[in-house]
Design a protein around this ligand. Structure first.
Ligand code: AMP
Length: 214
């Protein structure tokens, strides 16, 4: 199964991608995670991406397209994958279509998470992520059992540097301008499925599963 998760920052794509990954045993491919790892490792890719990421703008199309081109050819993607945070521009969507055509693959569904703007800001400012396993918590909505420590692996929780009010505002603007038009792109292809992204994680996951299997 090959899925694209679409939606604004904070819509819950990462959380749902992890649940889908477990259920279907296919990898989550998050360009944001790949780029953050590169920034942490301070490699060439990370140094190229850091300025855009810190500013809440997009990393150049050719950089992320290159990452995806390599990643979807890896062995663990043979049974499918979940794209989380890619594509984010029309150029990326077109290139993805091209890559899939070359590989004779298709996308089964594009899940579009719809969440109210105020709720998104609350989710992002309170979000905490495990440095080790990537599990996500929220200081109010889903607090860890021990403050600053991951429930699953005891890793340290951190707040993403781009989860601050000014950068969030910029990311939302970028989403509206660059990424929201992809809803029309995929709706014209006939595989867009929109879902209500409000509610608790399990409720949303059951909506996701219903859409994926329909
Ligand atoms: P995310 O973790 O998906 O919120 O992404 C964090 C940041 O990584 C974004 O604000 C962008 O700077 C960069 N990024 C992630 N995915 C992409 C993409 N598909 N195209 C361009 N930049 C991206």
């Amino acid at each position: 199964m090959r899925l694209i998760l679409l939606g604004p920052p904070g819509a819950g794509k990462g959380t749902q991608a992890k649940l889908l990954m477990k259920k279907y045993n296919i990898p989550q491919i998050s360009t944001g995670d790949i780029l953050r790892r590169a920034v942490q490792d301070d490699n060439d890719l990370g140094r190229k991406a850091k300025t855009s990421m810190d500013a809440g703008s997009l990393v150049p199309d050719e950089t992320v397209i290159g990452l995806i081109r390599e990643r979807i050819r890896e062995a663990d993607c043979a049974r499918g994958f979940i794209l989380d945070g890619f594509p984010r521009t029309e150029v990326q969507a077109e290139k993805l279509d091209e890559m899939l055509r070359e590989l004779e693959l298709t996308i089964d569904a594009v899940l579009d998470f719809s969440v109210d703007a105020e709720e998104l800001v609350l989710r992002l400012t309170g979000r905490r992520t495990c440095r080790e396993c990537g599990a996500m918590f929220h200081v109010d909505g889903r607090p860890p059992k021990r403050s600053g420590v991951c429930d699953h692996c005891d890793g340290a929780l951190y707040q993403r540097p781009d989860d601050n009010q000014a950068t969030i505002t910029k990311r939302m603007e970028v989403y509206e301008k660059e990424t929201a038009p992809l809803k029309k792109y995929y709706s014209q292809q006939g595989n867009l499925k929109t879902l209500e992204g409000a509610g608790d994680t399990e409720q949303i996951f059951s909506r996701v599963c219903q859409l994926v299997s329909s």
